[in-house]
Design a protein around this ligand. Sequence first.
Ligand SMILES: C[S@@+](CC[C@H](N)C(=O)[O-])C[C@H]1O[C@@H](n2cnc3c(N)ncnc32)[C@H](O)[C@@H]1O
Length: 360
Amino acid sequence: MSELLSHIQSMIRAQGPITLAAYMGLALGHPKFGYYHSQTVFGAEGDFITAPEISQMFGELIGLWCVQRWRDMGSPREFLLCELGPGRGALMADALRAAKLAPDFLDAARLHLVETSPALREKQRLAIARPIIWHDRLADLPLLPALVIANEFFDALPIHQFERAPDGWRERMVTLDPQTDQLCFALSPVPVADAAIFSAAVRTAPEGAIAEICPAGQAVMTGITGHLAEQGGAALILDYGPMLSAPGGSFQAVRGHEFCDPLQNPGMADLTAHVDFQCLAHAAARAGCQTDGPVTQGQFLLRLGMAERAQRLAQNATPPEREAIESALRRLTDPGQMGSLFKVLALRHPALTPSPGFGA
Ligand SMILES: C[S@@+](CC[C@H](N)C(=O)[O-])C[C@H]1O[C@@H](n2cnc3c(N)ncnc32)[C@H](O)[C@@H]1O
């Protein structure tokens, strides 16, 4: 039995059932046994592959997007180039390499990464090979204009889940099965006091429906938009989830590239939930930022020129390398693969022109 499982079992015995958000926070972020602190999570040898790990083209195009946004901002002499949850640092390393064609951009960029895992900070340090300042929280960023990137960051933030019961919405809690002592779900005995915590499209869902909310994601969004509204700059959020808020359960666990039971072996599997882009866009607008999108990841990457970049890379490639480049392009942009499930949302200070990659 994992040490984290016995820790969570003791906690439930002492305090009673815990929310799914508390469970997810411990399973992913426990400082000793949490998934991001103790596992080899990325790549073919890990549990899942993210877009920048599929191809260098992804980070390169985002690097060039940042260069363009910096010029649109009036090329400030000092600004924060900030990534939230950079994983192994692949996206930022590729972005900085592509940005070498704009040395003035690189001179002005101060690299700030928001990352809680010491093991991943070390991987980022090795991959990026440039001065980096790390933060545990976005709120600690210095007061400068910023370009903020977050790829598959919001899907790792803890969610609360609810089920529509005959007498209203009840939270799904994590508790112990009295027969087996294993972790299981049970509904809270008390219905939610105010259904206004759900978006209008979710509130009226029928009995048996599942709803999810992510207050941690809302808090990060408020932090980003507050920073951009006060200091200037732009942000790019790439993740998977629907364009519009809708009822439905999306909480899932992945281990070794396979789905598994999210309550078995906490700390050993990646736990995620879909990102509610409509909800994020509303939070941004409330805090005084303009938004572009969401659009699908396929639309965004193709508008930024990923097909042309793939063609260019393929010119000097061997036949197996060419096949790998074409396969990466399909994987990132095809609607049947990551092209349509993944969405892209951009935020900007109201004085900035619309972001590249979002159409007219
Ligand atoms: C799914 S990984 C994404 C990695 C990377 N962006 C990529 O595309 O390869 C999630 C990342 O967010 C970090 N993370 C998760 N929760 C966090 C939190 N609350 N604060 C800061 N970083 C967090 C993880 O340690 C990891 O680096």
